[in-house]
Design a protein around this ligand. Structure first.
Ligand SMILES: [Zn+2]
Length: 147
């Protein structure tokens, strides 16, 4: 890796730091896998005992869809953890994927799966907000056309 001048005192991760973050990533990964197993178990035991009436079934469906949304978020995070662990293996963990500057230990520890430095992240959020605003005003135009 080429030597770079330090910028804002943010440095690339050293081996000890990577080891610490990897441990945290693995812990998070295990936590999610554990809660997923628990949910599976409670789901099956519930089905065995209860004959649901329609009302229960409807609320169970709502619960299931909320569960699903929550689970999708977990799966999304699991994928990000996996990606982060892969980056550790490749030696690119802690390096901003956009500008290739160091993400910094403190930021990386607070957001274990962060792939960008704070500057690129903020720049990305800015364009994200702009596109949301743009699409919502477009939605308004469409509903106005419908009238
Ligand atoms: Zn960056």
């Amino acid at each position: 890796m080429p030597r770079r001048a330090k910028k804002n005192e943010v440095a690339f991760l050293n081996k000890t730091q990577i080891k610490e973050l990897k441990k945290l990533l693995l812990e998070d990964q295990q936590k999610i896998i554990n809660t997923q197993n628990e949910k599976d178990n409670s789901f099956y035991s519930l089905n065995k005992d209860d004959m649901p009436d329609p009302v229960d079934e409807a609320s169970a469906n709502i619960q299931a869809s909320q569960e699903l949304r929550f689970r999708n978020r977990e799966i999304f995070y699991l994928k990000k953890i996996k990606k982060a662990l892969e980056r550790i293996e490749c030696g690119t963990y802690g390096v901003c994927e956009e500008c290739e500057e160091p993400i910094g230990f403190n930021r990386q520890k607070a957001r274990l799966t962060a792939e960008k430095c704070i500057l690129c992240k903020e720049a990305g959020e800015l364009t994200e907000n702009m596109s949301v605003r743009r699409s919502s005003s477009m939605g308004k135009t469409i509903s106005e056309l419908g009238r």
